[in-house]
Design a protein around this ligand. Structure first.
Ligand code: AOS
Ligand code: ZN
Ligand code: ZN
Length: 386
């Protein structure tokens, strides 16, 4: 049995990165619902993210998205974050919102469009230099809708060429995280559809290229924990984009749709030694109909609960049962941990960190929501689902 003190220590050091776009208005392609009090600027998104960190104690960094968070002075933005007790995290690129990208970005058949996409990615690395961000997160909407539309292999060659150029541009201590996604917006063939493709490109590029697992980007029934175990084993798990899905890339709160899956994933993280800063635990979510800051606090707590349960797995008993071929016994060890109510333990962890044991109640009492509703008029759309 893992010592409670060790479990608590691990939980205190875990960091969950929240995404700037989760604080803004969002929706589906049918409707973006606006909420009162949402941020009007990247600075205000950071102010909200700082509240999530203040009440959870484990959300010290905020991912930015360019151009949604474009500002004139990124050093000043980083200072704004630090003034509020948080730091800027991964820089997310956007090579999907311009008309030019209809047939792709770095995989586009036209060299001029590929150049434009590359220039944007270089700009993102420049921003990392200014903000001190470690990670560039790359998600490409590239793909084709019809068989024969473009050459599948040719597109991989262009992708490899583009990625290599970005890799070259990375400085000391910087990484690129390559995200894969089964489908959408392309429906016939996606250029980075799965972890195998992402891994193959990363392997060729070098150690600064790592795979990022967005939990919503798989076919139903995919064993995501197997992917996590494999990538960790190969030293290529750069991080997660956490969210929940029922149908497609739903971007619902992590741990809401399938907490058992999140536990299984976190168990493989713990088992594979991945509970370190080398693995970025990021949220990639949109809160279309629920209150945003409380939803993000809830999401951070859901990650903590899954992590606590994963840490509680009796690894020795599990190994003994596995070695003895005790199928039911081994399964029972895992289920015992999953079925443990870890909320009292997490309340203790928070109290030991000098926090309120109930972050949602503390946020509700803080008056922040009333303040932003009163002060902010004309909140920004996240940029997503327009
Ligand atoms: C898109 O489906 C991906 O999940 C992206 O990671 C992300 O939602 C987007 O890049 C927001 O920055
Ligand atoms: Zn993502
Ligand atoms: Zn996604």
């Amino acid at each position: 049995m893992t010592e409670p003190a060790a479990v608590k220590a691990a939980l205190k050091t875990q960091a969950v990165e929240t995404p700037s776009w989760a604080y803004g208005n969002s929706g589906t392609r049918f409707k973006v619902f606006t909420q009162p009090g949402v941020p009007r600027s990247p600075q205000e998104k950071l102010d909200d993210a700082a509240k999530v960190h203040e009440f959870t104690g484990v959300a010290p960094t905020v991912a930015l998205h360019i151009p949604w968070d474009r500002v004139d002075d990124y050093t000043a933005l980083a200072e704004h974050a630090e003034d509020r007790g948080v730091r800027l995290g991964a820089i997310n690129s956007n090579t999907f919102q311009d008309d030019d990208y209809k047939l792709g970005s770095v995989c586009h058949p036209d060299a001029a469009v590929r150049r434009k996409a590359l220039d944007h990615l270089f700009e993102c690395v420049d921003i990392m230099d200014a903000t001190g961000s470690r990670d560039l997160k790359l998600w490409f909407a590239d793909g084709t809708n019809y068989p024969g539309q473009d050459d599948l292999r040719g597109r991989q060659d262009r992708l490899a060429e583009g990625l290599a150029a970005v890799y070259e541009r990375l400085g000391e201590g910087q990484r690129m995280l390559l995200e894969y996604k089964l489908f959408e917006p392309a429906f016939y063939a996606t250029d980075v559809p799965d972890w195998g493709t992402a891994y193959a490109h990363c392997l060729k590029l070098g150690p600064k290229a790592q795979v990022v697992v967005d939990t919503g980007h798989h076919a139903p029934g995919t064993n995501i924990e197997f992917i996590v175990a494999t990538l960790l084993r190969e030293g290529r798990l750069g991080g997660f984009d956490f969210n929940s899905r029922f149908y497609a890339d739903d971007d619902l709160m992590v741990g809401a749709a399938d907490p058992f899956q999140l536990f299984r994933i976190m168990f493989e993280v713990v088992r594979g030694g991945g509970l370190t800063p080398e693995v970025a635990f990021m949220l990639d979510q949109c809160h279309n109909i629920e209150a945003k800051i409380p939803a993000i606090i809830r999401s951070v707590m859901n990650v903590q609960e899954a992590t606590a349960k994963a840490l509680l797995v009796d690894r020795e008993a599990l190994a003994t049962a596995q070695a003895a071929g005790d199928v039911l016994g081994a399964n029972a060890v895992l289920m015992d941990a999953y079925n443990t109510d870890v909320r009292p333990l997490l309340r203790e962890v928070r109290e030991e960190m000098g926090l309120d044991p109930d972050p949602l109640a503390a946020y509700a009492r803080s008056g922040w929501q009333e303040k932003i509703v009163a002060e902010r008029v004309g909140g920004q759309q996240a940029g997503w689902g327009a």
